[in-house]
Design a binder for this molecule. Sequence first.
Ligand SMILES: Cc1cc2nc3c(=O)[nH]c(=O)nc-3n(C[C@H](O)[C@H](O)[C@H](O)COP(=O)(O)OP(=O)(O)OC[C@H]3O[C@@H](n4cnc5c(N)ncnc54)[C@H](O)[C@@H]3O)c2cc1C
Length: 663
Amino acid sequence: MAQTRVLVIGGGLAGLSASMRLAELGATVDLVSLVPVKRSHSVCAQGGINSVNALTRQQGDNEWKHFDDTVYGGDFLQHQPPVKEMADWGPRIIDLMDRLGVPFNRTPEGFRDQRRFGGTLYKRTAFAGATTGQQLLYALDEQVRRYEVEGRVKKWEFWDFLAPVLDSSGRCRGAVCQDLVSMKFKAFPADAVILASGGCGLVYGRSTMSMVCTGSAVSRAYQAGAAYGNGEFIQVHPTAIPGADKLRLMSESARGEGGRVWVPRKPQDPRNPRDIPEADRYYFLEERYPKYGNLVPRDIATREIFDICTTDGLSVEKDRLCVYLDLSHLPREMLDRKLGGILEIYEKFQGVDPRVVPMKIFPAVHYSMGGLWVDYERSATGGMEEGSVRNQQTTIPGLYAIGECDYQYHGANRLGANSLLSCIFSGLFVAPSVAGPAAAGRAGEDASRLFESALRRQEERHEALLARRGGNENPYALHQELGNLMTRVATVVRRNEQLAAAYDEVCTMEERWQRCSLSDTGNWTNQNVVFTKALGDMFPVAKLILKGALLRDECRGAHYKPAFAMPGIAATDPAGKRREAEAWCDRFEENTRKWLKSTIARHGADGHPEISYEDIDTSLIPPRPRLYGLVGGDVIEEVWKERSRTAAEDVPASAGLAAGAHA
Ligand SMILES: Cc1cc2nc3c(=O)[nH]c(=O)nc-3n(C[C@H](O)[C@H](O)[C@H](O)COP(=O)(O)OP(=O)(O)OC[C@H]3O[C@@H](n4cnc5c(N)ncnc54)[C@H](O)[C@@H]3O)c2cc1C
């Protein structure tokens, strides 16, 4: 029987877990990566990976609650069956990684230690100090090496994915990639291609992401016809060290271990923070959200930090926006054991010991909830049907997407420590979908002419770029302009007039890109041409982010437009509060009817994104207001609960789960 041949693009957690499982199932894998797989961006992940565990179960936790926290955290913008399936797999994934040798932190009794992360009240996060991503990545890399030795996996490190190869029926038959050392091109025939190419942070210039997170691979798939979902949902992490070159994350685990966010009550109080007494400190997250405190989900924490600095004028410094993230009250031994990795980063780049002096932090672009649209098949139990060829498949048959580059799991806002889980889960879960008999043998079909012409197209494009002369645009300066613009208009606060103007500016920049000339025109390890190509592919992604944001006239998760914000309760008397809460819930229901849908972007023939919308399967957990115990929000919760009770009584007893869009 013909063996299935799979091309995996990306060797982060998603790509490695898929490669491992594919090899285990007997497929042959070509694994292509821009960087050595152990340098993939996943290596930077710090705080941990989520799953229900023995400790939280004793407190009443279960898989359903993890599922519920994830969709509530994501503001209900994700199809629920895949999320349910992921939460169900959580405990098995942690056990698997434990068995593969990940040195998770342990309690003195030898159990896996757990910490709390944002958007949940349970300690669900398993961690290996503050270098969890590195430990997970290295463990998976070891497994993949085992299959490499057996000849099931072949790694192509320092190779760039340039385009999928589609046949006349529109099916993906492989891809064209380029060796970044010799600059030679090669076509990779495959029964299936899996993109595991991570996020697109570089579209914003500076972010917490690695410098290879350009989104180029995803953009190339999008330009070849794959639909992109929820592009406008970009996560801005609340706590990072501002830097001129890049923004360095101070993981949520700092707050998970007891770190507190505060500002002096007096604007720009000149005292040393250690000399500012408790009474003069404003722990604004704890005061406004007593239930979740410093661990409200990221979209909320980010907006509050942004607001306290910009609207309330309480930034710690006058000329630079920042607030304190304080660990100085916690025992040094515990900090070193659990957070050593990130404390070293702060010390190295700021020259200050965060065990003693509160850190100065500010929000930074961090993660892309949106990504390539992928399909799934719903199972009878409301999860995903294992082995279905539809799972994780993009709109191009035979082309799959997993990990941060798909749009499937995190809706409008990702909960911390859920990404590592979704990466490993989608990697393991996609394997039986593409390694099955349905796919095998296609790579062997004669498509040589198809590959020859695809190869020639890329060679010609490359030669044309090298041959450009006299252009007056510098690709690095143009990238900086793009990043500054995107950061200014499409991060924490968004306004329609700015988004519309920025869209036009990006179109102009895209035209200017045609006039970029290269400082290196050689054909040996030419990073200049590789970057320039990646920059060209950032514009289509920037445009779909801006267009999606412009059209979405509401506030949901990370997408916040003040013009469409729902005001809180202003009345102080009980009757007035009740009236306002009823009106608030009416508006919430109307907004849900209008906007609870995914943005789907398709690359139009004219280069502009064509936007449509997709209904969301919310048949397992009905949407509800997302207040996280906000002080003053209790009356809204009360009204909402009453409405839900009435609605439940009205549902006929025979009504089962509604079939989802993907059933
Ligand atoms: C600083 C930081 C800390 C984080 N900490 C956590 C955490 O504690 N918990 C959590 O859940 N999440 C965390 N995240 C998020 C998480 O790390 C990422 O979402 C996740 O690691 C992405 O994994 P991935 O496998 O999808 O992609 P990546 O790890 O980004 O891998 C992408 C792969 O694709 C390859 N690639 C890209 N483009 C091309 C191309 N054109 N051609 C060929 N190959 C290509 C790259 O070489 C790489 O191998 C953190 C993120 C950051 C920025």
